[in-house]
Design a protein around this ligand. Structure first.
Ligand SMILES: [Zn+2]
Ligand SMILES: [Zn+2]
Length: 406
């Protein structure tokens, strides 16, 4: 169920603006955004520790561009319990990265910034035994327990404190938004054109005068610029279409799996895939995590930051209740190599796995799971056995796990 608004409601705008503010604060001093969902929180914490291990200082600042519209549009889609709103607008994103030697990357770009804001559906009461983490101390608990005061820190929460949550954020870089790069290229091509013609001029036995050489140089330079613009547009169109060819496969997969799991949503699956990617890319030793059923490949990029562009299903296999999905994530990445930061478009292939049994547990978080054997609530992020009864907890029964990444 999709719904589009040209201007998001006041509460959504507030959540969006607050999250951007919290992201800036996170970048400045490491305070994890309060609005971030458990999975997002986890990814942000991993990413920050990852930067520290690399010895990099990453400063990011998101602010509003001076000109441009201030409307904040939103698109919404809902499942049984939640309404998810994609709220976004154009922002200026400054990224400054330094190592011990000084600044190695400094760039300000106009980006389309969108966040996914998750709200409880009106008149929906989520199950009171829904596992949820305490927003104050992070302890695993159930919704019912949290409403009666967190069993660990005692903080009392109302439903309004637990929602909305931000479950994902996207940054879409508009290449050369202000045309600066293009203007610079024009200047370079004009100068080179003139320089080449002036160099040829003395050898033309007077057929070309100084003035006509300059004129011809300018014409050639301009022609080269028009051509470069044309090819640049083609390259950009290709980039925007990345993964587009997989739309039908992805739709087919969705229909197939919906037959087994009526709660399946492509958006939730995408968010999960991205968060698993973040876990693999930023985790110190990803194999420690319960959601990791594989090793990292030998050749693996050192990703400093990754902006999601698109994703597509390559193939899938459903046998009985076991589901394997091969997918490609298309990302614009900042990659750290030989002391330099490079901006690269990357494709990452992942195989995700899940046992489709009960319908997707909406609001599931690995940080607060419920033991199927003794019903105890615990944090299964790095623990494979229930701390209360020792029962082995199989995360793939409840959420997607990574079987392969390359
Ligand atoms: Zn607490
Ligand atoms: Zn147990």
């Amino acid at each position: 169920m999709f719904n589009m608004e040209f201007d998001a409601g006041a509460s959504l705008k507030k959540a969006y603006k607050a999250y951007i503010k919290q992201l800036n604060k996170w970048s400045a001093d490491g305070t994890v955004p309060k609005l971030a969902s458990q999975d997002m929180r986890f990814a942000l914490e991993l990413q920050r520790r990852h930067w520290e291990r690399l010895g990099l200082k990453v400063e990011q600042d998101i602010r509003s561009p001076k000109a441009g519209s201030h409307e904040i549009p939103s698109v919404s889609y809902s499942d049984r319990i939640f309404v998810n709103h994609i709220v976004g607008t154009n922002k200026l994103l400054s990224t400054k990265i330094s190592d011990q030697g000084g600044v190695i990357y400094d760039r300000t770009e106009e980006v389309g910034t969108s966040v996914v804001v998750q709200q409880l559906k009106k008149d929906t009461q989520p199950p009171s035994d829904m596992p949820i983490s305490c927003p104050h101390c992070g302890a695993p608990a159930t919704l019912c327990a949290i409403e009666n005061g967190c069993p660990y820190c005692g903080t009392h929460f109302e439903m309004e404190d637990l929602f909305p949550k931000v479950t994902n954020a996207f940054f879409d870089v508009h290449e050369d938004a202000d045309g600066k790069k293009s203007k610079r290229r024009l200047l370079i091509l004009l100068i080179s054109g003139v320089a080449i013609m002036l160099a040829i001029c003395p050898f033309t036995a007077g057929a070309l005068t100084f003035v006509s050489s300059v004129m011809l140089g300018l014409i050639f330079g301009f022609g080269a610029w028009v051509l470069s613009k044309f090819f640049g547009t083609l390259a950009m169109m290709g980039k925007d279409l990345r993964g587009g060819g997989k739309v039908f496969k992805s739709l087919k997969f969705r229909n197939k799996i919906r037959a087994l799991d009526p709660e399946f949503s492509t958006e939730h699956f995408r968010d999960r895939a991205m968060n698993l990617f973040r876990m693999m890319a930023y985790g110190e030793d990803p194999t420690r995590y319960t959601a990791c059923y594989c090793d990292l490949p030998d050749k693996w990029d050192t990703v400093v930051d990754a902006y999601f562009q698109n994703f597509g299903i390559d193939k899938y296999r459903i046998e009985g209740n076991e589901c394997n999905v091969d997918l490609t994530l298309y990302m614009d990445c900042l990659i750290y190599k030989n002391g330099k930061i490079r901006n690269r478009s990357r494709k990452y292939r992942m195989e995700l796995y899940k046992r489709i049994g009960d319908p997707t547990d909406l609001g599931f978080s690995v940080k607060a799971v419920s033991c199927p054997s003794c019903a105890g609530t615990f944090d299964a992020e790095q623990v494979r056995n229930c701390p209360f009864c020792g029962h082995e907890y199989d995360l793939s029964r409840h959420d997607w796990v990574v079987k392969r990444i390359s």
